[in-house]
Design a protein around this ligand. Structure first.
Ligand code: SF4
Length: 323
């Protein structure tokens, strides 16, 4: 088996909560609390969970938009958490990000060609004509015409703007693209086109994706493996087919049972969970899910379940799931 493109081990991010004139730290938001996973070459790992579970923070940690409190992030074998800004330059091109809101993530004052050319200017020694040729080629790869490079972002439709965001991420031929809810702001009819484009680009360039989404329908379309997060921790990780057809963790069961099914004749066992996600400022002790879990036993309230391999390549954090 080839070495992983990305290896995340015990990743932690606690955001301090500061109060008063002296900005004293009075508490910490435990956004990410000991997360570990790998992404293989050419693989799509989907991070799923409700809003506030920490999945977008994981995406930002991996692209170093925020710094971790602890743990390691190995990109192609190098722990990038230990690198200073100068040393990070060589690695930054290997991981690129596609954002949820393509309009907010594109500089409205730049023409499309300049947006895609920006990373090339920063990382590649190219003459102007060569760069323009490279920009036209990458625009074509994402389904945009070369003459569109003269347009500003507001002159594109939502789907075209996301294609532009993908072109910018693709320009440096990264190993890994971290996509944070990349289709959730798009019309349903456009979502499928953008997802198909991501799949085609993966096949052509051997890209790996870390794909963050709250939408299991989208994840079913694009994912090879799924990692389910709840209150900063991974509670289940395994192949998409296994998890979608036979989820083992009670929280995953509830998520899957609430997802719409494309075939109206198909039926899924319903598991409804009550209540809201507790605050990450003060997560419940033991299993974080025990306050909402219909199967919780006394042990769940005091002892955090370890993420254990219960089937080959399938890990679950629940005291009641047997190997
Ligand atoms: Fe539910 Fe207990 Fe399993 Fe947590 S460990 S998911 S509370 S049964």
């Amino acid at each position: 088996m080839s070495a992983p493109v990305l290896e995340v081990t015990d990743l932690v991010k606690h955001f301090p909560v500061q109060r008063g004139l002296l900005r004293r730290t009075v508490a910490h938001v435990k956004a990410v609390d000991g997360v570990s996973f790998t992404v293989a070459p050419g693989e799509t790992l989907c991070l799923v969970g409700e809003s506030g579970c920490g999945k977008s923070t994981v995406a930002r940690l991996i692209t170093r938009l925020v710094e971790p409190t602890g743990g390691s992030i190995r990109l192609g074998g190098t722990d990038i958490t230990k690198l200073d800004d100068a040393a990070m330059v060589a690695h930054r091109r290997r991981v690129q990000m596609v954002f949820q809101d393509p309009y907010a993530s594109l500089n409205p004052k730049l023409r499309a060609g300049d947006i895609v050319a920006e990373p090339l200017e920063n990382y590649e020694a190219m003459g102007r004509a060569e760069r323009e040729e490279a920009v036209a080629a990458v625009l074509k790869k994402v389904g945009l015409r070369a003459e569109m490079m003269r347009r500003f972002p507001f002159e594109f439709s939502g789907g075209q703007r996301q294609r532009l965001g993908i072109a910018r991420a693709l320009a440096l031929r990264p190993d890994l693209i971290v996509a944070d809810e990349p289709v959730s702001a798009l019309d349903v009819s456009v979502q499928a086109q953008v997802l198909n484009l991501l799949v085609d680009l993966q096949e052509e360039f051997g890209l790996s994706y870390l794909f963050v989404s709250h939408d299991l329908g989208v994840v079913e379309h694009i994912g090879h493996r799924i990692a389910v997060m709840y209150l900063g921790r991974i509670v289940e990780i395994g192949s998409k087919d296994d998890i979608v057809s036979e989820p083992l963790h009670p929280y995953t069961k509830a998520l899957i049972s609430a997802a719409p099914i494309p075939d109206p004749r198909a039926r899924r066992e319903k598991l409804v969970i009550e209540g809201d996600v507790p605050s990450p400022l003060d997560p419940p002790p033991g299993c974080h899910f025990h306050t909402r879990c219909p199967f919780a036993v006394a042990r769940c309230r005091s002892e955090a379940p370890a993420l254990r391999e219960v089937r080959p390549g399938w890990n679950v954090a629940c005291h009641l799931v047997e190997t």
